[in-house]
Design a protein around this ligand. Structure first.
Ligand code: C5P
Length: 328
């Protein structure tokens, strides 16, 4: 008769793994700061068979930040501070990021993620993508997975079109769905005022509206290549940059949110160097000449009462980075 080894029930294997983890010293929490983005140029090609659109996008990372703190825990959980309406279940892109990294690295997704939101939610500034990028970097450091930067970038691209840029930051040209990045060697710091709207816009709905407008012949043809933006960044010239800001999604965002016309009109009224809807909106970005001008511009914009709230920022800034443990 063959020998049968004792097989403990699966639940007791799991609980003994948990007990073993509980006995190990837990690593210190890791906090990652991650920036928002604005598109200086968003050229949208025709729809593709996979439901996406080919893009020629010039991103700039700007100094509005989310922070993601990863703390060792028995299982994956999410907590959100600083915003309402962000899911705390598995549909949160940060949770998907933690699971994707855990599975690639062969570890358990045992982490509590605290998201502190400073980036407008569903505002066209890639806040959800930023949290996914930050969760990848934070969990990587917490778990000591040692995966290389290119593996993180590949995981990022699967999570969403804007996630690779949130890892990288700076100025970059995005092609494909926006996920194939080439860094841009630019000069200068640029100063922005952002008008935040009440409520967000669904990115998918804005792309679908653009397709509808194009099918009706109501939308202008896809934007020219981003040569003007690249030239202005090379020269470090905010006046030239202001003239060439472009976004093919803007007419679709305005159709879905007609109040944006007044916000965009405020740019000309108040003398912005350039005005553009950020990504799929509804945030509107105003480029101004200096940090000092951004203060007076923001207060004049508040006086017009055309938006819910206003933020000032500068760019480019770096992508998702671990903060030193002693703080900011
Ligand atoms: O990649 P991400 O999940 O951020 O995209 C959200 C939605 O935006 C997609 O489901 C798609 O409808 C639309 N999209 C697109 N073309 C892109 C990027 C996004 O149509 N290049």
């Amino acid at each position: 008769m063959g020998r049968r080894s004792y097989q403990p029930p699966r639940s007791s294997i799991l609980s003994s793994r948990r007990d073993a983890r509980a006995r190990m010293p837990r690593p210190a929490p890791v906090t990652v700061r991650v920036p928002a983005k604005v598109n200086l140029h968003l050229g949208v090609g025709p729809g593709r068979a996979d439901g996406y659109h080919d893009l020629a996008s010039v991103f700039q990372a700007v100094s509005l930040y989310d922070e993601v703190t990863a703390t060792a825990a028995d299982e994956l959980s999410i907590e959100v501070a600083g915003a309402t309406g962000v899911p705390v279940d598995d549909s949160n892109l940060a949770a998907k990021a933690a699971r994707a990294l855990a599975s690639a690295a062969g570890v358990e997704p045992a982490v509590h993620l605290r998201l502190t939101k400073g980036i407008p939610v569903a505002g066209g500034m890639a806040g959800g993508s930023a949290d996914a990028a930050a969760a990848l970097v934070a969990c990587d450091a917490l778990w000591g997975t040692g995966v290389d930067r290119s593996t993180l970038a590949a995981l990022a691209a699967v999570l969403g079109s804007d996630v690779p840029f949130a890892l990288q930051g700076g100025n970059a040209l995005g092609t494909g769905r926006g996920d194939l990045l080439s860094p841009i060697l630019g000069r200068g710091q640029y100063h922005w005022v952002f008008a935040l709207a009440d409520g967000g816009l669904s990115t998918a709905a804005v792309y679908a509206e653009l397709d509808r407008q194009r099918a009706e012949g109501a939308a202008s043809p896809p934007a020219h290549p981003p040569d003007g933006v690249l030239g202005a960044l090379r020269a470090g010239d905010p006046v030239a940059l202001g003239r060439v800001l472009a976004n093919d999604l803007q007419p679709a965002a305005v159709r879905l949110r007609p109040q944006l016309r007044r916000v965009i009109g405020a740019g000309q009224e108040l003398g912005a160097l350039g005005t553009v809807v950020s990504g799929s909106g509804p945030t509107v970005a105003f480029l101004v000449r200096s940090a000092a001008v951004s203060i007076s511009f923001a207060s004049a914009l508040a006086g017009l009462d055309v938006c819910r709230s206003i933020r000032r920022a500068h760019g480019p800034v770096s992508g998702a980075r671990v903060l030193p443990p002693d703080g900011r």
